[in-house]
Design a protein around this ligand. Structure first.
Ligand code: HEC
Length: 303
């Protein structure tokens, strides 16, 4: 009896926690502040809203229904919100862009499906259901990102990486002041952030402390990626290899005893057994096929 009570309590606790979790999940999106502040560089007009509607009909309507009609797909969990409602309209354009770009659970990520421009057009359509909406335009000019030049230098004495970001305008070189720069080292899988996010000074320079014990390749070379986000020039990434790591003879992913290296490292007996099993199965399948064909011929002959 006591046991039963305990398991019932346990069950209830888990059920309530889960319900609570899904409930909060349905409302809160964890959106980084700099993404939330992002604005569209495309002015929202009747025209962009119209092309946005076509994109919406094709990609969103099946789940979200028609805005302001409350006819979203109720069988989904969480239920896709009606995007004309206050909950969605209260979000910033940056929030909507982030939600569209990354997705979450049932809500798909449109990062590789819709181009940035098309994502803004859908948002333009969603905003057309909000009479009170006033657009804040981004100052970013995406065509200008090509002008940005980033350089990296490593100071072996202080173990610091100096990243300089400038824009080479026709009128001269303009430093990218007071912008956030992140520095990463590329690893086998993904990127490792080096130091914190640093803001550039008035010369467009940001200094990063580099760890003294980061493994590099055989000669200590590490792939570095600097990414900068500027109001006017947009987001720019720059990659460079620098000799900043500790020389390491790390096993390559395809040589040595990697688990997926079957050709040079598998013992003979495994190769022989595996191959004979595969061949035996293939032979049986062929035999069945052959018999079936024969059977069909026999049948045909009888008729
Ligand atoms: C497969 C179904 C599905 C499709 C397709 C889909 N969504 Fe969603 N969407 C959802 C669900 C479910 C949620 C709620 C997700 C959550 O809260 O975790 C959601 C949430 C959202 C939100 C957040 C709403 C809010 O205020 O909480 C926005 C904005 C949104 N979707 C826009 C779009 C747009 C625009 C498209 C088309 C380009 C789209 N969705 C396509 C299912 C879908």
């Amino acid at each position: 009896m006591i046991r039963k009570n305990i398991s019932l309590k346990l069950f209830l606790t888990i059920a309530i926690t889960a319900l609570f979790y899904f409930h909060t999940l349905a409302q809160n999106w964890d959106i980084p502040a700099n993404k939330s502040d992002k604005n569209s560089y495309i002015p929202f007009t009747d025209e962009t809203s119209k092309s946005g509607e076509a994109i919406y009909t094709k990609n969103c309507q099946s789940c979200h229904g028609d805005p302001a009609k409350g006819n979203s797909l109720k069988s989904l969990k969480p239920i896709p919100p009606d995007l004309a409602e206050k909950q969605t309209q209260d979000r910033t354009d940056g929030d909507l862009f982030y939600i569209l770009t990354t997705g979450r659970l049932v809500m798909p990520s449109f990062k590789n499906i819709l181009q940035e421009e098309d994502r803004w057009k859908v948002i333009s359509y969603i905003r057309s259901f909000n009479k009170k909406y006033v657009q804040v335009l981004s100052k970013t000019d995406p065509t200008k990102s090509k002008l940005v030049k980033i350089t990296m230098e490593f100071d072996t004495l202080s173990y610091k990486v100096k990243v300089t970001a400038v824009a080479e305008e026709k009128t001269g070189v303009v430093p990218l002041k007071d912008d956030e720069i992140n520095l990463f080292a590329t690893r086998y899988f993904g990127k490792l952030q080096i130091d914190k996010t640093v803001r550039t000074n008035s010369e467009g320079v940001a200094i990063f402390s580099f760890p003294k014990d980061l493994p590099g390749d055989k000669s200590g070379i590490v792939g570095l990626v600097a990414s900068i986000s500027d109001d006017i020039y947009g987001e720019v990434e720059f990659q460079q290899k620098l000799k900043v790591g500790i020389p390491t003879d790390k096993p390559s992913l395809t040589e040595k005893r990697a688990i997926w290296n079957v050709l040079t490292k598998a013992p003979i007996w495994i190769i022989v057994t595996f191959t004979s099993i595969v061949l035996a199965v293939a032979a049986i399948l062929l035999y069945i096929l052959f018999t079936l064909v024969k059977l069909k011929k026999l049948g045909n002959a009888k008729e």
